[in-house]
Design a protein around this ligand. Sequence first.
Ligand SMILES: Nc1nc2c(ncn2[C@@H]2O[C@H](COP(=O)(O)OP(=O)(O)O)[C@@H](O)[C@H]2O)c(=O)[nH]1
Ligand SMILES: [Mg+2]
Ligand SMILES: [Zn+2]
Length: 308
Amino acid sequence: MAETEAIRGVITKGVGGVYTVRFFNEGSYEYVQCAARGAFRLKGIKPAIGDRVSIMSSGDPDVPYVITDIENRTSFIARPPVANLSIMLLTFSVTNPEPDLTLLDKMLLVCSLRDIKPVIIFTKSDLNEDDGDRLCSVYTKAGYEVLLSSPVKPLTKSDLKDIIGDGIAAFAGPSGVGKSTLCNALLEYDLMETGEVSAKIKRGKHTTRHVELHEFFDGFICDTPGFTSLSLEDQGVDYRDVLYGFPEITKIATGCRFDDCSHRKEDGCVVRNALAEGLIDEGRYERYKSFYTELYDNRNNYKHRRKQ
Ligand SMILES: Nc1nc2c(ncn2[C@@H]2O[C@H](COP(=O)(O)OP(=O)(O)O)[C@@H](O)[C@H]2O)c(=O)[nH]1
Ligand SMILES: [Mg+2]
Ligand SMILES: [Zn+2]
C-alpha cells in the first residue's frame, strides 16, 4: 500500500488526543496510533470511538498516523462519547440495586428517537427469580428484546452474537448492576493469562474511565461507567414523541376517538380501556403519562422533533 494512500478504519480508543484506529490489512486487523488533524478542532469536531475515519502516515514516529477524515455519524451519544452506536444493552439488576424503571423507560425512548436498537438485560435474577420473570414479561410484552442473566445462567457470547452482528453495542445502565462483569465475561478475560488478567479487570472495575471498543465477532462491544439519571428535556425530546418509547401503547392508540388523544383523560380513549382490562402494564402507562405531562408542561423549551 502506498505511503500516501488513505486507509479506512474505526476508532476503538482515544486517550489524551491519541486515537487507536483499527483497519483491515492483508487479511487481518491492525491497530495503529493516530493524531487528529487540527482542522477538526477548528470545526468543533472531536473524534470519538466508533467513528469511521480515513488515516494517513504522519511522518511522526511517536504517533505514526493522522486522522484526515471522519465519516458522517449514524448516531452519537455524548456521555460517554460514542459514535455510530447501533445497539444499547440496557442493563438493570432485578434487585441490589432495585431497578429504576423510570430510567429504563427514558432510555428506551431516547434509543428509539436516535435509531439505536435497545436490548434489555436484567441481571442478578439469581437474587429474585420471580421479579426477574415478572420484569422480563412486562418488557417482552411491550415489544422489546429482553435477556436475563445471573451467575446460575450467565449470558453467553452466542446469546449476543446475532443481536450485535457487525454493529457497535454499548452497555448502559446504573452502576453496580453488573455491566463490567458481563462485558468481561463476554470478552473471556478470564481465559487470559492470570497475572495480567486480574490486574486488568481490577483496574477496569474501579474506573471504566476510558471507554473502549472491543472486538466481538464481526462487531464491537464496550463497557461504560454507570449513570443514575437522564433528562428527557436535555435530550431534546418533544412531548409528542413520547409514544415512540411505548410501542405497546402506540399499537392500540389508533382506535382512540380523538386523533390527538394524549391517552391521559380523554373520553373514548382505547388506551385507558385497555389499561382497565389489564392489557397494558400499569407501571409502563404511569411512566408514559409522567413523561408526557412533564414534557408538555415544558413544551416551549424543546429543541427538535423526530423527523417523520
Ligand atoms: N448476585 C449477582 N451478582 C452480580 C451479578 N452480576 C454482577 N454481580 C455483582 O454485582 C457487583 C457489581 O458488578 P459490576 O460488574 O462492577 O457492575 P457495574 O457497575 O454495572 O459495572 C459485583 O460485585 C458483581 O460481582 C449477578 O448476575 N448476580
Ligand atoms: Mg462497571
Ligand atoms: Zn387515547
